[in-house]
Ligand binder design. Sequence first.
Ligand code: NIG
Ligand code: FE
Length: 410
Amino acid sequence: MLRLLRNIGQLATCPPDRPQSDAGLVEHAALLIEAGTVAWVGPESDLPEVPADVPVHDCQGGLVIPGLIDCHTHLCFGGWRGDEFALRLAGASYQEIASAGGGILSTVRHTRETSAGELQDKARDVLDQMLALGVTTVEAKSGYGLSPEAERRQLEIYRRLDTEHVIDVVPTVLAAHALPLEYAENRTDFLDQVCEQLLPTVAERDLARFCDVFVEKGAFTLDEGRRVLECARDLGLGLKLHADQLSDGGGALLAAELGAVSAEHLEYAGPEALAALAAAGTVAVSLPLASLYLREPFLDGRAFLEAGVNVAVATDFNPGSAPSFHLPLALTLACLNQGMTPQEALMGATTVAARALRRQDRVGSLVPGHQADLALIDAHDLNHWLYHFRPNACREVFKAGWPVHAAIGD
Ligand code: NIG
Ligand code: FE
């Protein structure tokens, strides 16, 4: 089955093998899809002859980008935490709220109390809205269950959503996100349970691709993080780390040392972390919406890029530090506050984000052989899209070559 997209004002190919500064822009482009993958892409003037009966899609001079990849979310959770938003605005810190019993543990309570059906419906509704923004792949972390059963329940929801929803859901077990109340006096017992029960079951049932830990004051120490991640690595899971979000705790160095796929947040990572991440090929996942909401410093994306680190951009969607799933807004913030160019920001939510999920050979690029996941944006070029922020500039979305979403009115 062939399909031709023509009259594309600008097309971003986002090749997996180019520097992040080069999004592979093609002006006045066309793109040919065959059996769900990109068969040809280039200037429309160079388009090879195609059979007369091929369905043709007129992109009306719009921008075509690879389907966006949100490579860091906490998609499934019970309740919300608008009360904490008000407390933070009145001066309380994220960590003060957490140590008073709010924060992650409050969402753990709500998640445990909510039925699997309700959790799944709520997460599906978010996926629907993400798809409408042009997002076609989403990483989703557990970490609001914190018991083997409740963590498995979250991961099983992700598995069902991956099957039933157009968006590909890539699950991560965030095994050590916070110390649950029932283990408040028994840190070691909690970590034993993670390493001896939760992770082996997750690996055996193939419930997650990656394991993540939150290394931070008030969460887990470097040694505890190392223990969990080494255990996950031995079980064949890829490694991720919530590192140096609120203080420089050495998390980025640990991620590099363990050869983690990605280190995430990194707002407080020290200068030595940059060289280590570059040498290890670990992707830095920046989360500008979390910086915005917590009123913390933004990651210095320019310094990371200049040190040779790939910088992904994701939402961190969760009920506490980043209650927004608007990835295009995160891209605009990456330009305005992280020193990134529009091309670097887009690469950060396409091929670099795919690298953070080890899928850069399949998705995140519109080059021959890659899956034809793409979004048609109502803008004549990339600069205009990220500069002229709108609630939703996405007009149409294709997944594996099929039209899966069209904005009302198109
Ligand atoms: O990525 N830092 C740890 N975890 C989340 C926040 C989770 C929450 O506040 O519920 C984050 O910011
Ligand atoms: Fe997070």
